[in-house]
Design a protein around this ligand. Sequence first.
Ligand SMILES: Nc1ncnc2c1ncn2[C@@H]1O[C@H](COP(=O)(O)OP(=O)(O)O)[C@@H](O)[C@H]1O
Ligand SMILES: [Mg+2]
Length: 378
Amino acid sequence: MNTEIKNPFLVSGYAGENYFCNRKKETDALLKNVNGNLNTTLFAIRRVGKTGLVKHVFHKLERQKKALCIYTDIFATKNLREFTNTLATAIYNKLPENRGLGKKITEFIKRLRPVISYDPLTGSPEVSVDFSKNSGYEKTIQQLFEFLNSQNTKIVIAIDEFQQITHYPEKNTEAFLRTHIQSLKNTVFIFCGSNHKLMYEMFNNAKRPFYASCANMNLDYIKTSDYAGFISKQFAAHRRKITPEAIEFILEWTYCHTYYTQFLCNRLYESAGKNCTLGDVLAVCEQIHNQEEGIYYQYRNMLTQSQWNLLKAVAIDERIHRPNGKDFIHKHKLGAISSINRSIESLLEKELIHKAVNVPEPYYMMNDKFLMRWLQRK
Ligand SMILES: Nc1ncnc2c1ncn2[C@@H]1O[C@H](COP(=O)(O)OP(=O)(O)O)[C@@H](O)[C@H]1O
Ligand SMILES: [Mg+2]
C-alpha cells in the first residue's frame, strides 16, 4: 500500500490499515458473514464509513488471497441497463490483478460484445454492453452471475448505495435480482446503503423480495476512546504531539462523525506545528467555517423560513426526540405542528437531517456536523 502519504488523516479513499481507525468488531463480523456465505446489508448515514469498512474488509480478504473482491457504486445508475453496465465494468476492471480468472472473464465479456471506452479523467476502462445485440440485460446479469458462480474462487461483490435500485423504472428489479442472487453458491454480497428508510423497507418488509435474506449490520459512529487513541497515534507516528484537550474537543465538536473528524484532523495536521494545542484546533474550526460559509448561505436561500428555523433549532438542541413536542416548539418559537412536520420531511429529503432509529429512543439530528456547529453560533 501507499507509504508516501504525508497527511495521515484521509478524507477520501482507503490506503491500508495504518490510516484506518479501529472498526475491529465490524470487520470481524463482515469477514464471518463472507466466510459463511451470508449476504450482509450495511446501513449507516452518509460519511460514517460504510465504503471505508468495505474497502478495509476487501483489503484483508485479498491479502489473505481468500476471495476475489468486486466493489461497485450504483449511486449514479438510473435503470437496470446502467446497473448491468456498472457491474460489468467493475468486474472487468478487476481483471489485471487476477490473470487466470481475468482471462476467462475477458473472453466471457467479449461474447457480450461490449463497447469498451476509457474514462477521460482516470483512464480506466468502462464497459457498456450493447443489449440490442444480446438477449437483453436481464439475461446478461444472469450470465454474469452464472459465470462468476462457475469459478472455483470465492467472490465477494459489494454494491454501494444499493437503495438506488428502488428508483429504477423496471418494476421487478428487486425480485429479479433476488432470484439470481439466491442461486449463487460461491458469491457473497454486501449491500450498502445510506437511506435507512429505503434500505430498511427493502430488507425487512415481509412483502418485499429481499425480506430476511441478509444479515443486517448498522454502522455506528466510532467510539470516542478508539478515535482518541487513533488521533494521538497518527500524530506520534509522525513525531508530533497533540494535547488530550485538543483531541477531546475535536471529537466532541465533530461528534465522532468519521468524515468530519478526519477532515478537521487533516486540516489541523497541515496547519499546526510539532505541538498541537486546543488553540490550534479552534483556529482550524474557524477556518473551516470561513471556507464553507458561502455554501451555508446557499442552503439558507434554498430553504423556506420555517425550514431554516427548524434546521437551526435541530442544530442547537443536537438530538431531537420529539420535534413536534411542546417544549421544543416553545423554546425555538416554531410555528404550527403541521408546518413543522412538513419541514421535517423536506429536511430529511434534502439530507440535511436524518432520523437515527437504531437506538432505544429514536432522534433527529443534522448530517453535516460543521454546519451544525456554525448554526449554533449564529
Ligand atoms: N475507520 C476509519 N478510519 C479513518 N478514516 C475513515 C474510517 N472510515 C472511513 N474513513 C474516512 O471517512 C470518510 C467517510 O467515509 P466513507 O467510507 O466514505 O463513508 P460512507 O461510505 O458511509 O459515506 C472517508 O474520507 C474515509 O476515508
Ligand atoms: Mg459510501
